[in-house]
Design a protein around this ligand. Structure first.
Ligand SMILES: Cc1cc2nc3c(=O)[nH]c(=O)nc-3n(C[C@H](O)[C@H](O)[C@H](O)COP(=O)(O)OP(=O)(O)OC[C@H]3O[C@@H](n4cnc5c(N)ncnc54)[C@H](O)[C@@H]3O)c2cc1C
Length: 411
C-alpha cells in the first residue's frame, strides 16, 4: 500500500510527487503514455511558471528558449493602416521560456523519481478502488493489458483536461462557464532564435466574424516555431469555428513575416480546455484533483502549466499534512487554499471572457493594445497574472473587475 497514488505525470502530478517524495512519503505515479511523452501545448512558460519551475531547483533557462518580449499584433480590417504592432516587455524584468513539453515534463518527473517517487508509465488508471465509500487507489491497466490494483491511502487526480478518472469520481465542468479550444503546430523557421514572441489579436473566423481569442508564434530555439490558436467559448460563432482552419489561416497570413517552412514539422493537435477553476469538486475525503483535471488554466490567457504546478504543490502540502498527522481532515483545506490563491483572479478572468465575447469590446481592446506600448504592457500584466501594486491601467481594470465579481456570486 502506497501513501499516495498520483494519476497522470504532467506538471500537476509531477510537482505533487516531488513535494511528497521529498518529505519521505511513498508515492507512485501512473502515466498512460510512455515517457518522455509530448503534449499538445504552446510550450510557453510564463514568468510565473518560470519562477515555479526554478523554485524546484531546475535550471529552466537551460531547458528551453528565452523570450524577453512579446509583440502584440492586430489586423485592423476597419482601418487603412491594416496591421498594428507593438512590443511589450514582461513586468519587472522577468522573462518567459519556451520549453518543449517532452523535455519539461521528463525533467519534472525525473526530479520526482530521483527523490524516491515511483513512475509507472504506460499504465492507465481505469477506475477507482472504493472501500466503504473511501477512494483507496485505482485499478490500473499495465502495458500487457493486465489489470493491477494499486492501493494507496490517498489519491491525486492529475489526468489532464479530459480527466476520465476524475469523471469516474464525479467531477464535472460547470457548463455555463467559459472554456476554450486550443490547437498548435510547429514550423521550421529561420527566426527560431528570436527573443520576441508574437500574439495576434482580433482574429476573425472564415465568415469574418470576430473570434474571442488569439494566435501565437513562440520561437523554440531548435529550428522551429510553435504556432497556435486559442478560441474562447464566448466567441459569437464558437459552435461553428473550426480551430484547425483558423490555424491554417493564421499560418498563411504570418508565414512570410516568420519565414515559416512550406510544410509543418508536426500536424495540428490540441483540444478542449477547461479553465477558470470550472471543474469540481476539487476532492473528497481521500482524494484531490489538480491541474487541468480541475479546470485550472488561466481564463485570460489559456496558460495552464503554472496553475498545474501550483495546485500540484498545494495538493502535496495538504496530503503531507494528512499523512504526517494521520488525519484526512487536512484534505478539506485544499479547495479553500486553491480558492484563496487563485479564486478572485479566475473569477475576474471568467467575467472578462464574457465581456470580450462582445465583438466590439474585443476589437476595440485589441486595437488599443496593439497601438500603444503602455496598453500592450497592461494587457500582458493582466493576462500573465503579474499585476503590481499601484494604479496602472491593468491594475485599475482588475480592481473594477473584482468589484463586479464581488456582487456576481455565480460569475
Ligand atoms: C494547444 C494547447 C496549447 C497550450 N499552450 C500552453 C502554453 O503555451 N502555456 C501554458 O502554460 N499552458 C498551455 N496549455 C495548457 C497546458 O498544456 C495545460 O494546462 C497543462 O498541461 C496542464 O498540466 P496537467 O499536469 O494538469 O495535465 P497534463 O499535462 O495534460 O498531464 C496529464 C497526464 O495524465 C495522463 N493521463 C490521462 N489519463 C490517464 C489515466 N487514466 N491514467 C494514467 N495517466 C493518465 C496523460 O497522458 C498526461 O500525461 C495549452 C493547452 C493546449 C491544448
Amino acid at each position: 500500500v502506497h501513501d499516495v497514488l498520483i494519476v497522470g505525470a504532467g506538471p500537476a502530478g509531477a510537482v505533487a510527487a516531488i513535494g511528497l517524495a521529498q518529505n519521505g512519503h511513498r508515492v507512485v505515479v501512473v502515466e498512460r503514455d510512455r515517457f518522455p511523452r509530448t503534449k499538445p501545448c504552446g510550450e510557453l512558460l510564463t514568468p510565473r511558471a518560470v519562477a515555479a519551475v526554478r523554485a524546484l531547483g531546475i535550471d529552466v533557462d537551460a531547458l528551453g528558449h528565452r523570450i524577453d518580449q512579446v509583440r502584440l499584433t492586430f489586423n485592423d480590417t476597419d482601418s487603412r493602416s491594416r496591421r498594428r504592432s507593438t512590443s511589450a516587455t514582461w513586468p519587472g524584468g522577468t522573462h518567459a521560456v519556451v520549453v518543449p513539453r517532452d523535455r519539461l515534463d521528463a525533467e519534472l518527473i525525473r526530479c520526482a523519481t530521483q527523490l524516491g517517487a515511483e513512475l509507472r508509465d504506460r499504465h492507465t488508471a481505469v477506475d477507482p478502488i472504493v472501500n466503504r465509500g473511501f477512494v483507496r487507489g485505482a485499478r490500473v491497466l499495465d502495458p500487457n493489458g493486465a489489470t493491477v490494483e494499486l492501493k494507496a491511502a490517498y489519491t491525486l487526480v492529475a489526468d489532464g483536461a479530459n480527466s476520465r478518472f476524475g469523471r469516474a469520481l464525479g467531477t464535472f465542468r460547470e457548463p455555463t462557464w467559459p472554456h476554450a479550444l486550443a490547437y498548435r503546430t510547429r514550423y521550421g523557421s529561420a527566426l527560431h532564435t528570436a527573443a520576441e514572441a508574437e500574439l495576434v489579436l482580433g482574429l476573425r473566423d472564415h465568415a469574418g466574424v470576430p473570434v474571442t481569442g488569439y494566435a501565437w508564434m513562440y520561437p523554440r530555439g531548435d529550428g522551429t516555431v510553435n504556432v497556435g490558436v486559442m478560441v474562447l467559448s464566448t466567441s459569437p460563432s464558437f459552435q461553428v469555428i473550426n480551430p484547425v482552419r483558423l490555424l491554417d489561416a493564421v499560418v498563411a497570413e504570418h508565414a512570410d513575416a516568420w519565414r515559416l517552412d512550406a510544410q509543418p514539422a508536426d500536424p495540428p493537435a490540441g483540444g478542449r480546455m477547461p479553465m477558470g477553476a470550472s471543474v469540481g469538486p476539487l476532492g473528497g475525503p481521500t482524494y484531490l484533483v489538480a491541474g487541468d483535471a480541475a479546470g485550472m488554466a488561466n481564463p485570460l490567457s489559456g496558460t495552464g502549466i503554472e496553475y498545474a504546478l501550483d495546485t500540484g504543490r498545494i495538493a502535496a502540502l495538504v496530503l503531507d499534512e494528512a499523512l504526517t498527522t494521520g488525519s484526512a481532515a487536512a484534505l478539506q483545506r485544499y479547495p479553500r487554499l486553491v480558492d484563496t490563491t487563485h479564486g478572485t483572479y479566475f473569477k475576474v478572468g471568467r467575467l472578462a471572457c464574457r465581456l470580450f465575447g462582445n465583438p466590439q469590446v474585443n476589437m476595440r481592446a485589441a486595437r488599443l493594445a496593439a497601438a500603444r506600448r503602455p496598453a500592450a504592457e497592461a494587457l500582458l500584466r493582466l493576462a500573465a497574472n503579474q499585476l503590481r501594486p499601484g494604479w496602472g491601467a491593468a491594475e485599475a481594470l482588475y480592481r473594477a473587475g473584482r468589484a463586479v465579481a464581488a456582487v456576481a456570486p455565480s460569475a
